[in-house]
Design a protein around this ligand. Structure first.
Ligand code: GAP
Length: 447
Protein backbone atom coordinates (compact mmCIF):
# COMPACT_ATOMS: atom_id res chain seq x y z
CA UNK A 1 0.00 0.00 0.00
CA UNK A 2 2.92 2.27 0.71
CA UNK A 3 4.08 1.45 -2.82
CA UNK A 4 0.79 2.60 -4.26
CA UNK A 5 1.04 5.94 -2.46
CA UNK A 6 4.60 6.38 -3.73
CA UNK A 7 3.44 5.72 -7.29
CA UNK A 8 0.62 8.25 -6.97
CA UNK A 9 2.96 10.87 -5.48
CA UNK A 10 5.45 10.26 -8.26
CA UNK A 11 2.75 10.65 -10.93
CA UNK A 12 1.53 13.91 -9.42
CA UNK A 13 5.00 15.40 -9.56
CA UNK A 14 6.00 14.00 -12.96
CA UNK A 15 2.80 15.13 -14.64
CA UNK A 16 2.41 18.56 -13.04
CA UNK A 17 -0.29 17.99 -10.42
CA UNK A 18 1.59 18.58 -7.17
CA UNK A 19 5.15 19.62 -6.28
CA UNK A 20 6.79 19.78 -2.86
CA UNK A 21 6.80 23.40 -1.73
CA UNK A 22 10.11 25.32 -1.84
CA UNK A 23 11.75 22.23 -3.30
CA UNK A 24 14.98 23.91 -4.45
CA UNK A 25 15.53 24.92 -0.81
CA UNK A 26 14.95 21.39 0.43
CA UNK A 27 11.19 21.65 0.96
CA UNK A 28 9.32 23.55 3.65
CA UNK A 29 7.26 22.27 6.53
CA UNK A 30 5.11 19.77 4.68
CA UNK A 31 3.84 22.36 2.20
CA UNK A 32 2.79 21.48 -1.32
CA UNK A 33 2.24 23.49 -4.49
CA UNK A 34 -0.41 22.63 -7.05
CA UNK A 35 1.05 22.53 -10.56
CA UNK A 36 -0.67 23.36 -13.87
CA UNK A 37 -2.83 20.22 -13.87
CA UNK A 38 -3.30 20.22 -10.09
CA UNK A 39 -4.68 23.73 -10.02
CA UNK A 40 -7.19 22.84 -12.75
CA UNK A 41 -8.33 19.76 -10.89
CA UNK A 42 -8.54 21.53 -7.54
CA UNK A 43 -10.53 24.37 -9.11
CA UNK A 44 -12.84 21.76 -10.63
CA UNK A 45 -13.40 20.23 -7.18
CA UNK A 46 -14.09 23.61 -5.62
CA UNK A 47 -16.42 24.57 -8.45
CA UNK A 48 -18.29 21.26 -8.14
CA UNK A 49 -18.75 21.98 -4.42
CA UNK A 50 -19.75 25.61 -4.96
CA UNK A 51 -22.27 24.67 -7.68
CA UNK A 52 -23.63 21.97 -5.42
CA UNK A 53 -24.22 24.43 -2.60
CA UNK A 54 -25.20 27.58 -4.46
CA UNK A 55 -26.97 26.19 -7.52
CA UNK A 56 -27.98 22.57 -7.06
CA UNK A 57 -29.01 22.32 -3.44
CA UNK A 58 -32.59 22.97 -2.53
CA UNK A 59 -32.64 22.11 1.15
CA UNK A 60 -36.11 22.07 2.75
CA UNK A 61 -37.35 25.58 3.57
CA UNK A 62 -34.21 27.64 2.96
CA UNK A 63 -31.55 28.81 0.56
CA UNK A 64 -27.76 29.06 0.54
CA UNK A 65 -25.61 32.12 -0.16
CA UNK A 66 -21.83 32.50 -0.44
CA UNK A 67 -19.17 34.42 1.47
CA UNK A 68 -15.44 35.07 1.25
CA UNK A 69 -14.21 36.37 4.61
CA UNK A 70 -10.73 37.58 5.53
CA UNK A 71 -8.07 35.14 6.73
CA UNK A 72 -6.75 37.57 9.36
CA UNK A 73 -9.46 38.53 11.82
CA UNK A 74 -9.78 39.97 15.30
CA UNK A 75 -7.94 37.73 17.77
CA UNK A 76 -11.01 37.96 20.02
CA UNK A 77 -12.78 35.66 17.56
CA UNK A 78 -10.39 32.89 18.51
CA UNK A 79 -10.99 33.50 22.21
CA UNK A 80 -14.73 33.23 21.66
CA UNK A 81 -14.43 30.14 19.44
CA UNK A 82 -12.41 28.21 22.00
CA UNK A 83 -9.43 27.82 19.66
CA UNK A 84 -6.98 29.57 21.97
CA UNK A 85 -7.83 27.35 24.90
CA UNK A 86 -7.41 23.68 25.56
CA UNK A 87 -10.10 22.71 23.06
CA UNK A 88 -7.83 23.19 20.08
CA UNK A 89 -4.60 21.60 21.10
CA UNK A 90 -2.76 18.35 20.66
CA UNK A 91 -1.58 16.34 23.65
CA UNK A 92 2.15 15.91 23.03
CA UNK A 93 5.10 14.29 24.71
CA UNK A 94 8.65 15.46 23.99
CA UNK A 95 11.72 13.24 23.68
CA UNK A 96 14.33 14.27 26.25
CA UNK A 97 17.16 13.29 23.89
CA UNK A 98 16.21 14.40 20.36
CA UNK A 99 13.48 16.89 21.41
CA UNK A 100 11.03 15.68 18.80
CA UNK A 101 7.37 15.84 19.85
CA UNK A 102 4.79 13.11 19.36
CA UNK A 103 1.03 12.97 19.63
CA UNK A 104 0.28 10.91 22.72
CA UNK A 105 -2.68 9.17 21.08
CA UNK A 106 -0.46 8.01 18.20
CA UNK A 107 2.40 6.43 20.17
CA UNK A 108 1.99 3.35 22.28
CA UNK A 109 5.35 3.11 24.03
CA UNK A 110 6.97 5.42 26.62
CA UNK A 111 10.19 5.78 24.61
CA UNK A 112 10.86 7.94 21.57
CA UNK A 113 9.88 6.15 18.33
CA UNK A 114 12.74 7.97 16.57
CA UNK A 115 15.74 7.53 18.88
CA UNK A 116 14.53 5.42 21.81
CA UNK A 117 15.00 8.30 24.28
CA UNK A 118 12.82 8.89 27.32
CA UNK A 119 9.63 10.90 26.77
CA UNK A 120 8.41 13.74 29.00
CA UNK A 121 4.95 13.82 30.56
CA UNK A 122 2.50 14.97 27.93
CA UNK A 123 1.20 18.51 27.66
CA UNK A 124 -1.11 20.46 25.39
CA UNK A 125 0.26 22.39 22.40
CA UNK A 126 -2.03 24.87 20.71
CA UNK A 127 -2.38 24.59 16.93
CA UNK A 128 -3.09 28.24 16.08
CA UNK A 129 -0.51 29.98 13.87
CA UNK A 130 0.43 33.36 15.27
CA UNK A 131 1.42 36.46 13.39
CA UNK A 132 1.67 40.23 13.97
CA UNK A 133 -0.48 42.89 12.38
CA UNK A 134 1.39 46.12 11.60
CA UNK A 135 5.08 46.94 11.95
CA UNK A 136 5.40 46.47 15.71
CA UNK A 137 5.75 43.00 17.14
CA UNK A 138 4.10 43.33 20.54
CA UNK A 139 1.59 41.22 22.45
CA UNK A 140 -1.18 43.63 21.50
CA UNK A 141 -0.50 43.21 17.79
CA UNK A 142 -0.78 39.46 17.76
CA UNK A 143 -3.37 37.82 15.60
CA UNK A 144 -3.79 34.36 14.11
CA UNK A 145 -4.14 32.80 10.71
CA UNK A 146 -7.63 31.33 10.77
CA UNK A 147 -7.75 27.70 11.81
CA UNK A 148 -11.18 27.11 10.28
CA UNK A 149 -13.02 29.21 7.71
CA UNK A 150 -16.41 29.03 9.45
CA UNK A 151 -15.63 31.70 12.07
CA UNK A 152 -15.75 34.32 9.30
CA UNK A 153 -19.31 33.17 8.62
CA UNK A 154 -20.44 33.34 12.26
CA UNK A 155 -19.19 36.89 12.79
CA UNK A 156 -21.01 37.93 9.60
CA UNK A 157 -24.22 36.16 10.58
CA UNK A 158 -26.13 39.40 11.10
CA UNK A 159 -24.66 41.12 8.04
CA UNK A 160 -25.69 38.27 5.76
CA UNK A 161 -29.10 37.86 7.40
CA UNK A 162 -30.00 41.55 7.03
CA UNK A 163 -28.39 42.41 3.71
CA UNK A 164 -29.88 39.38 1.97
CA UNK A 165 -33.25 39.60 3.83
CA UNK A 166 -33.05 35.94 4.84
CA UNK A 167 -35.12 33.92 7.26
CA UNK A 168 -34.10 30.92 9.33
CA UNK A 169 -33.30 28.32 8.08
CA UNK A 170 -30.59 29.33 5.61
CA UNK A 171 -27.02 28.42 4.78
CA UNK A 172 -23.76 30.25 4.11
CA UNK A 173 -21.08 28.54 2.02
CA UNK A 174 -17.42 29.44 1.93
CA UNK A 175 -14.19 28.08 0.46
CA UNK A 176 -10.82 29.26 1.68
CA UNK A 177 -7.46 28.59 3.25
CA UNK A 178 -7.05 27.55 6.86
CA UNK A 179 -3.86 27.03 8.87
CA UNK A 180 -2.93 24.78 11.75
CA UNK A 181 0.47 24.26 13.26
CA UNK A 182 0.11 20.50 12.93
CA UNK A 183 2.78 18.74 14.93
CA UNK A 184 2.74 15.71 12.73
CA UNK A 185 1.91 16.62 9.11
CA UNK A 186 1.88 13.45 7.05
CA UNK A 187 0.54 11.32 4.24
CA UNK A 188 1.32 13.72 1.40
CA UNK A 189 -1.42 16.39 1.12
CA UNK A 190 -3.63 14.57 3.64
CA UNK A 191 -2.40 16.50 6.67
CA UNK A 192 -0.59 19.77 6.07
CA UNK A 193 -0.21 23.04 7.93
CA UNK A 194 -1.85 25.11 5.20
CA UNK A 195 -4.94 23.68 3.57
CA UNK A 196 -8.22 24.63 2.01
CA UNK A 197 -11.66 24.06 3.47
CA UNK A 198 -15.09 23.98 1.84
CA UNK A 199 -17.60 24.72 4.56
CA UNK A 200 -21.35 25.15 4.75
CA UNK A 201 -22.94 26.61 7.88
CA UNK A 202 -26.66 25.91 8.07
CA UNK A 203 -28.53 28.11 10.57
CA UNK A 204 -31.75 26.57 11.87
CA UNK A 205 -34.22 26.44 14.74
CA UNK A 206 -32.84 24.34 17.65
CA UNK A 207 -35.79 21.95 17.39
CA UNK A 208 -34.88 21.17 13.77
CA UNK A 209 -31.16 20.67 14.24
CA UNK A 210 -31.26 16.88 14.42
CA UNK A 211 -33.40 16.68 11.28
CA UNK A 212 -31.00 18.88 9.33
CA UNK A 213 -27.96 17.07 10.67
CA UNK A 214 -29.34 13.89 9.08
CA UNK A 215 -30.20 15.73 5.89
CA UNK A 216 -26.71 17.18 5.41
CA UNK A 217 -24.98 13.96 6.33
CA UNK A 218 -26.76 12.17 3.48
CA UNK A 219 -26.27 15.03 1.01
CA UNK A 220 -22.54 15.17 1.59
CA UNK A 221 -22.04 11.45 1.08
CA UNK A 222 -24.06 11.68 -2.15
CA UNK A 223 -21.77 14.45 -3.43
CA UNK A 224 -18.69 12.23 -3.27
CA UNK A 225 -20.51 9.29 -4.85
CA UNK A 226 -21.91 11.45 -7.67
CA UNK A 227 -18.37 12.55 -8.46
CA UNK A 228 -17.27 8.98 -8.89
CA UNK A 229 -15.92 7.85 -5.52
CA UNK A 230 -16.56 4.12 -5.22
CA UNK A 231 -19.18 3.24 -2.63
CA UNK A 232 -16.95 0.63 -1.00
CA UNK A 233 -14.28 3.28 -0.36
CA UNK A 234 -16.53 5.64 1.58
CA UNK A 235 -18.02 5.21 5.04
CA UNK A 236 -19.56 7.22 7.84
CA UNK A 237 -18.08 7.12 11.33
CA UNK A 238 -20.31 8.17 14.21
CA UNK A 239 -18.01 10.08 16.57
CA UNK A 240 -18.66 9.32 20.26
CA UNK A 241 -19.02 12.24 22.70
CA UNK A 242 -15.54 11.89 24.18
CA UNK A 243 -13.85 12.22 20.78
CA UNK A 244 -15.91 15.06 19.35
CA UNK A 245 -14.60 18.54 18.55
CA UNK A 246 -15.06 20.93 21.47
CA UNK A 247 -18.04 22.65 19.80
CA UNK A 248 -19.92 19.58 18.57
CA UNK A 249 -23.09 18.05 20.04
CA UNK A 250 -23.36 15.55 17.24
CA UNK A 251 -20.56 14.62 14.84
CA UNK A 252 -19.96 12.21 12.02
CA UNK A 253 -16.81 11.86 9.98
CA UNK A 254 -17.00 10.91 6.32
CA UNK A 255 -14.06 8.59 5.82
CA UNK A 256 -12.27 7.49 2.67
CA UNK A 257 -10.26 4.30 2.31
CA UNK A 258 -6.84 5.72 1.39
CA UNK A 259 -3.90 3.41 0.61
CA UNK A 260 -2.74 4.34 4.17
CA UNK A 261 -6.07 3.41 5.78
CA UNK A 262 -9.56 4.75 6.50
CA UNK A 263 -9.26 8.48 7.20
CA UNK A 264 -11.58 11.45 7.64
CA UNK A 265 -12.15 13.67 4.62
CA UNK A 266 -15.09 15.68 5.92
CA UNK A 267 -16.93 16.27 9.17
CA UNK A 268 -20.61 17.04 9.71
CA UNK A 269 -21.25 18.74 13.03
CA UNK A 270 -24.22 19.89 15.01
CA UNK A 271 -22.56 22.88 16.73
CA UNK A 272 -25.70 23.85 18.65
CA UNK A 273 -25.63 27.49 19.74
CA UNK A 274 -21.97 27.28 20.77
CA UNK A 275 -20.69 29.79 18.23
CA UNK A 276 -23.41 32.44 18.13
CA UNK A 277 -23.85 32.50 21.90
CA UNK A 278 -20.09 32.77 22.50
CA UNK A 279 -19.67 35.50 19.91
CA UNK A 280 -22.57 37.36 21.55
CA UNK A 281 -20.87 37.02 24.92
CA UNK A 282 -17.43 38.13 23.73
CA UNK A 283 -18.51 40.89 21.34
CA UNK A 284 -21.38 42.25 23.43
CA UNK A 285 -23.61 42.09 20.34
CA UNK A 286 -26.84 40.15 20.67
CA UNK A 287 -26.77 37.64 17.82
CA UNK A 288 -30.13 36.05 18.64
CA UNK A 289 -32.60 35.74 15.81
CA UNK A 290 -36.06 37.26 16.09
CA UNK A 291 -38.81 35.33 14.37
CA UNK A 292 -41.39 37.88 13.18
CA UNK A 293 -44.14 35.28 12.95
CA UNK A 294 -43.80 33.47 16.27
CA UNK A 295 -42.22 36.43 18.12
CA UNK A 296 -39.61 34.01 19.42
CA UNK A 297 -36.03 35.22 20.02
CA UNK A 298 -33.37 32.55 20.05
CA UNK A 299 -29.84 31.55 19.09
CA UNK A 300 -30.10 29.50 15.90
CA UNK A 301 -28.34 26.15 15.96
CA UNK A 302 -25.67 25.52 13.36
CA UNK A 303 -25.25 22.39 11.29
CA UNK A 304 -21.89 22.46 9.63
CA UNK A 305 -20.46 20.43 6.76
CA UNK A 306 -16.70 20.88 6.70
CA UNK A 307 -14.65 19.25 3.97
CA UNK A 308 -11.07 19.68 2.87
CA UNK A 309 -10.36 20.56 -0.77
CA UNK A 310 -6.91 18.94 -0.49
CA UNK A 311 -8.16 15.80 1.21
CA UNK A 312 -10.93 15.31 -1.34
CA UNK A 313 -8.35 15.97 -4.09
CA UNK A 314 -6.31 13.09 -2.72
CA UNK A 315 -9.38 10.87 -2.36
CA UNK A 316 -10.51 11.54 -5.95
CA UNK A 317 -6.98 10.91 -7.16
CA UNK A 318 -6.55 7.62 -5.29
CA UNK A 319 -10.00 6.44 -6.35
CA UNK A 320 -9.34 7.19 -10.02
CA UNK A 321 -5.86 5.65 -10.15
CA UNK A 322 -5.70 2.34 -12.02
CA UNK A 323 -2.87 0.20 -13.27
CA UNK A 324 -3.52 -2.22 -16.09
CA UNK A 325 -1.03 -5.02 -16.34
CA UNK A 326 -0.05 -5.65 -19.95
CA UNK A 327 -1.82 -2.48 -21.03
CA UNK A 328 -5.28 -2.02 -22.49
CA UNK A 329 -4.25 -2.03 -26.13
CA UNK A 330 -4.09 -5.60 -27.30
CA UNK A 331 -3.49 -4.80 -30.95
CA UNK A 332 0.11 -3.63 -30.69
CA UNK A 333 3.04 -5.54 -29.31
CA UNK A 334 4.44 -2.30 -28.00
CA UNK A 335 1.92 -2.35 -25.15
CA UNK A 336 3.71 -1.49 -21.94
CA UNK A 337 3.99 -3.87 -19.01
CA UNK A 338 1.80 -1.59 -16.97
CA UNK A 339 -0.45 1.16 -18.23
CA UNK A 340 -1.75 3.84 -15.90
CA UNK A 341 -5.23 5.25 -16.19
CA UNK A 342 -6.64 8.11 -14.16
CA UNK A 343 -10.36 7.51 -14.39
CA UNK A 344 -11.42 10.88 -13.01
CA UNK A 345 -15.02 12.06 -13.21
CA UNK A 346 -15.55 14.28 -16.26
CA UNK A 347 -16.21 17.29 -14.07
CA UNK A 348 -12.91 16.84 -12.25
CA UNK A 349 -10.47 15.82 -15.00
CA UNK A 350 -7.99 18.69 -15.49
CA UNK A 351 -7.75 18.31 -19.26
CA UNK A 352 -10.95 17.56 -21.12
CA UNK A 353 -9.59 17.21 -24.66
CA UNK A 354 -6.18 16.53 -26.22
CA UNK A 355 -5.47 17.38 -29.85
CA UNK A 356 -2.92 15.16 -31.55
CA UNK A 357 -1.57 15.20 -35.09
CA UNK A 358 -1.07 11.55 -36.14
CA UNK A 359 2.58 12.25 -36.88
CA UNK A 360 4.51 15.41 -36.44
CA UNK A 361 6.80 15.38 -39.44
CA UNK A 362 3.98 16.15 -41.88
CA UNK A 363 3.50 19.94 -41.82
CA UNK A 364 -0.06 19.70 -43.27
CA UNK A 365 -1.13 17.50 -40.35
CA UNK A 366 0.51 19.74 -37.76
CA UNK A 367 -1.05 22.85 -39.30
CA UNK A 368 -4.51 21.29 -39.32
CA UNK A 369 -4.13 19.98 -35.76
CA UNK A 370 -3.16 23.43 -34.54
CA UNK A 371 -6.25 24.86 -36.25
CA UNK A 372 -8.43 22.29 -34.47
CA UNK A 373 -6.71 23.13 -31.18
CA UNK A 374 -7.54 26.83 -31.66
CA UNK A 375 -11.19 25.94 -32.34
CA UNK A 376 -11.51 23.86 -29.16
CA UNK A 377 -9.41 25.94 -26.75
CA UNK A 378 -12.03 28.60 -25.89
CA UNK A 379 -14.58 25.89 -25.04
CA UNK A 380 -12.68 23.23 -23.12
CA UNK A 381 -9.47 22.81 -21.17
CA UNK A 382 -7.49 21.51 -24.16
CA UNK A 383 -3.91 20.31 -24.60
CA UNK A 384 -1.94 20.06 -27.83
CA UNK A 385 0.58 17.22 -27.99
CA UNK A 386 2.72 16.14 -30.93
CA UNK A 387 5.69 14.44 -29.25
CA UNK A 388 6.10 10.66 -29.53
CA UNK A 389 4.15 7.88 -31.24
CA UNK A 390 0.37 8.21 -31.24
CA UNK A 391 -0.02 5.17 -28.93
CA UNK A 392 2.38 6.71 -26.51
CA UNK A 393 0.50 10.00 -26.54
CA UNK A 394 -2.82 8.23 -25.87
CA UNK A 395 -1.25 6.55 -22.85
CA UNK A 396 0.20 9.83 -21.67
CA UNK A 397 -3.25 11.41 -21.81
CA UNK A 398 -4.84 8.39 -20.07
CA UNK A 399 -2.34 8.81 -17.27
CA UNK A 400 -3.57 12.36 -16.54
CA UNK A 401 -7.23 11.48 -17.01
CA UNK A 402 -7.88 13.38 -20.28
CA UNK A 403 -11.39 12.49 -21.36
CA UNK A 404 -11.12 12.73 -25.14
CA UNK A 405 -8.26 12.57 -27.62
CA UNK A 406 -8.90 14.19 -30.98
CA UNK A 407 -6.56 12.91 -33.67
CA UNK A 408 -5.89 14.65 -36.95
CA UNK A 409 -4.88 12.09 -39.58
CA UNK A 410 -4.53 11.89 -43.37
CA UNK A 411 -8.27 11.38 -43.82
CA UNK A 412 -8.80 14.68 -42.04
CA UNK A 413 -7.07 16.48 -44.88
CA UNK A 414 -9.52 15.01 -47.37
CA UNK A 415 -12.76 14.88 -45.40
CA UNK A 416 -12.33 17.56 -42.77
CA UNK A 417 -13.14 15.15 -39.95
CA UNK A 418 -11.14 13.80 -36.99
CA UNK A 419 -11.20 10.76 -34.73
CA UNK A 420 -12.45 11.25 -31.19
CA UNK A 421 -11.15 8.63 -28.78
CA UNK A 422 -12.95 8.02 -25.49
CA UNK A 423 -10.59 7.57 -22.51
CA UNK A 424 -12.64 4.84 -20.83
CA UNK A 425 -13.82 2.71 -23.75
CA UNK A 426 -10.91 3.58 -26.10
CA UNK A 427 -13.53 3.56 -28.87
CA UNK A 428 -12.90 5.97 -31.70
CA UNK A 429 -15.46 7.71 -33.87
CA UNK A 430 -15.08 10.13 -36.74
CA UNK A 431 -16.59 13.57 -36.27
CA UNK A 432 -16.71 16.46 -38.76
CA UNK A 433 -14.61 19.38 -37.55
CA UNK A 434 -17.57 21.72 -38.00
CA UNK A 435 -19.57 19.58 -35.50
CA UNK A 436 -16.70 18.91 -33.10
CA UNK A 437 -17.42 21.56 -30.44
CA UNK A 438 -21.08 20.56 -30.20
CA UNK A 439 -20.27 16.84 -30.16
CA UNK A 440 -17.74 17.26 -27.34
CA UNK A 441 -20.07 19.54 -25.38
CA UNK A 442 -22.71 16.87 -25.54
CA UNK A 443 -20.31 14.20 -24.34
CA UNK A 444 -19.11 16.42 -21.51
CA UNK A 445 -22.62 17.63 -20.60
CA UNK A 446 -21.58 21.24 -21.05
CA UNK A 447 -24.20 23.77 -22.16
N1 GAP B 1 -15.01 24.00 11.02
C1 GAP B 1 -14.89 22.67 11.45
C2 GAP B 1 -13.58 22.10 11.19
O1 GAP B 1 -12.65 22.81 10.84
P1 GAP B 1 -12.24 19.85 11.23
O2 GAP B 1 -12.74 18.44 11.36
O3 GAP B 1 -11.21 20.31 12.16
O4 GAP B 1 -13.55 20.76 11.34
C3 GAP B 1 -12.63 19.88 8.68
O5 GAP B 1 -11.75 20.07 9.75
C4 GAP B 1 -11.94 19.34 7.46
O6 GAP B 1 -10.83 20.19 7.13
C5 GAP B 1 -11.33 17.96 7.65
O7 GAP B 1 -12.29 16.94 7.45
C6 GAP B 1 -10.28 17.96 6.56
O8 GAP B 1 -10.87 17.65 5.30
C7 GAP B 1 -9.80 19.40 6.56
N2 GAP B 1 -8.58 19.49 7.37
C8 GAP B 1 -8.48 19.72 8.70
N3 GAP B 1 -7.19 19.75 9.11
C9 GAP B 1 -6.44 19.53 7.99
C10 GAP B 1 -5.03 19.45 7.73
N4 GAP B 1 -4.14 19.62 8.68
N5 GAP B 1 -4.63 19.21 6.46
C11 GAP B 1 -5.53 19.06 5.45
N6 GAP B 1 -6.86 19.13 5.63
C12 GAP B 1 -7.32 19.37 6.88
Amino acid sequence: MKDLMLKIISLTKRRGFIYPSSEIYGGFGSGYDYGPLGVEMKNNIKLAWWDEMIKNQSPPDGGIVGLDAAILMSPQIWQASGHLTAGFADELAECKSCHKRFKVDEIKQKVCPECGGELTESRKFNLMMRTFVGPVETETNITYLRAETCQGIYVNFENVLNSMRLKIPFGVAQIGKAFRNEINPKDFIYRTREFEQMELQWFCHPKEAVKYFDYWKKERVKWYLNLGIKKENLRIKEVPAAQRAHYARQQIDIEYKFPFGWKEIEGVHNRGDFDLSNHSKYSGKDLRYFDEETKEKYFPYIIETSGGADRSFLAFLCDAYQEIKGGRTKTTKAAKEIETLLKLHKKLAPIKVAVLPLIRNKPELVKKAKEVFEILKPHFMTQYDEVGSIGRRYRRQDEIGTLFAVTVDFETLEKDDVTVRDRDTMKQERVKIENLVEALKEKLNVQ
